[in-house]
Ligand binder design. Structure first.
Ligand SMILES: Cc1ncc(COP(=O)(O)O)c(C=O)c1O
Length: 434
């Protein structure tokens, strides 16, 4: 089992010492459930590891993995920065009283409305993704009479060997400034001439769910060599290096040892940065990382109720739950693998090989194509593990299915922190023209 889970005397699954059957009865299903202590622990592990190996650093939680007002509060309390990627995420952080000077603002196509909002309310780092964005920002920062601290997102040309849809740092990418033909350096040079931009450094994010250290270390080296070249050519020292997120996590028991731990990852990148800086006689930059998945994924699970159970003789048994690709699109998107338990009968015989599917009108609406469970029946509680990252934030209303609520477990208690959507919410924005 992943995370802080146990089986109690009733043969029920407990998450953080709370019985999932009680949770399902009290809050209804489907429901996202997070163990708050695990989230805080991974945030602390990042900061503690950096404190051991590096002096000047920031850990920015990547809100795209999972964000809501209470999460912003936790990020603030744990002294992390926050990476946001849209006006909506920025607005949520801002209205949750998250300090704007600790927000990193990303996006490969920031709209005028988004740019205006962030310029007005302020930001810790604005990550410029393209030449066009730079030209907009130069004018708009001047117009607003503000000075914006900026990083430049570069594509270092590293293949992290993860799923193509979550690979972002290869040469052929919609993100960032290419190193080819001097595009990146010319763009940064242009920004140096403006008194409304404070050029702090460079950023890269090579991909997500990465299971080896090597691509991170290669990326750090490429970025530092770029910084050094830039200093030689233009006499300007870029003082910050943001290496993005991307550390992978296990989704299955059998993968528990496949991924570098947070301390191993942090130690390795700090060591690499120090080595390359020493070789180049480059002053140690402030180092920033933006982990998302590795902070929240293991802490999250989704609780469903089993409905239809259907046997196709000699072919397969389908176990349908009251959610699906609307609350977890990751299997249909990337073929992501999950494991699950029957929360009300964790151990039992006989085990049956079944497919766990959702309730959407798509044959691809599968959560787990093959899993052994103790003969699931209608009414059982099914718990899918490792759904903390990119589930709530990627949820949709396809088939007008309301999105689940979110509860956080802490000190043996369950608190609702995002209420479930109602049918009423689903029709609230509709207008019938006269
Ligand atoms: C710019 C940036 N930073 C950080 C992250 C977080 O990545 P992960 O959740 O894999 O740590 C992402 C994810 O796509 C990203 O695009």
């Amino acid at each position: 089992m992943l995370g802080n889970k146990t089986v109690n005397a009733k043969n029920h699954l407990e998450i953080a010492n709370v019985d999932v059957v009680d949770i399902a009865e009290k809050f209804g299903t489907p429901l996202y459930v997070f163990d708050e202590a695990l989230i805080r622990a991974s945030m602390r592990t990042y900061r503690e590891a950096f404190t051991r190996h590096y002096t000047d650093f920031e850990v920015a939680y990547a809100g795209k993995a999972f964000l809501c007002s209470y999460m912003c509060q936790i990020v603030r309390e744990e002294n992390l920065w926050l990476d946001v990627v849209s006006g909506g995420e920025y607005y949520l952080a801002y209205t949750s009283d998250f300090p704007t000077e600790r927000i990193i603002f990303h996006g490969n196509n920031k709209t005028e409305e988004e740019r205006k909002l962030v310029l007005k309310e302020g930001v810790g780092r604005w990550v410029i993704d393209s030449e066009w964005e730079l030209s907009c920002l130069l004018e708009e920062a001047k117009g607003a009479s503000v000075t914006v601290p900026v990083l430049f997102r570069l594509t270092p040309g590293i293949d992290p060997h993860t799923h193509a849809y979550i690979t972002t740092g290869k040469i052929d990418s919609k993100f960032g400034l290419s190193l080819l033909e001097g595009i990146a350096e010319k763009t940064i040079k242009k920004a140096l001439d403006s008194s409304h931009l404070e050029v702090r450094g460079v950023h890269c994010h090579i991909g997500s769910q990465i299971d080896t250290l090597e691509p991170f270390l290669k990326a750090a080296e490429v970025m530092l060599r770029f910084m050094d070249d830039f200093r030689r050519k233009y006499g300007y020292t870029l003082v910050e290096l943001d290496l993005g997120g991307g550390l992978g996590v296990p989704y299955l028991d059998q993968d528990q040892d496949r991924f570098p731990s947070i301390p191993t990852y942090v130690e390795a990148i700090c060591k690499k940065v120090k080595e390359v800086c020493q070789e180049l006689s480059y002053p140690l930059p402030r180092l920033i990382v933006e982990p998302g998945r590795s902070i929240v994924n293991l802490a999250g699970s989704t609780i469903y109720r089993v409905g239809t159970v259907k046997e196709v003789p000699g072919v397969r048994k389908y176990v349908a739950v009251d959610g699906g690709m609307t609350d977890n699109p990751r299997h249909i998107l990337y073929g992501a693998k999950y494991q699950a338990w029957l929360g009300n009968r964790v151990k039992g015989d006989p085990l049956e090989r079944v497919a766990v599917v959702g309730k959407c009108c798509e044959s691809g609406d599968v959560l787990i194509p093959e899993i052994e469970l103790p003969a699931p029946c209608p009414g059982d509680v099914l718990v899918v593990e490792g759904t903390g990252a990119y589930n709530h934030s990627m949820a949709s209303n396809y088939n007008l299915i309301p999105r689940p609520g979110v509860i956080f477990l802490k000190d043996g208690k369950a608190e609702l922190i995002v209420r479930p959507e109602s049918f009423c919410d689903l029709v609230r924005r509709d207008i019938i023209p006269e």
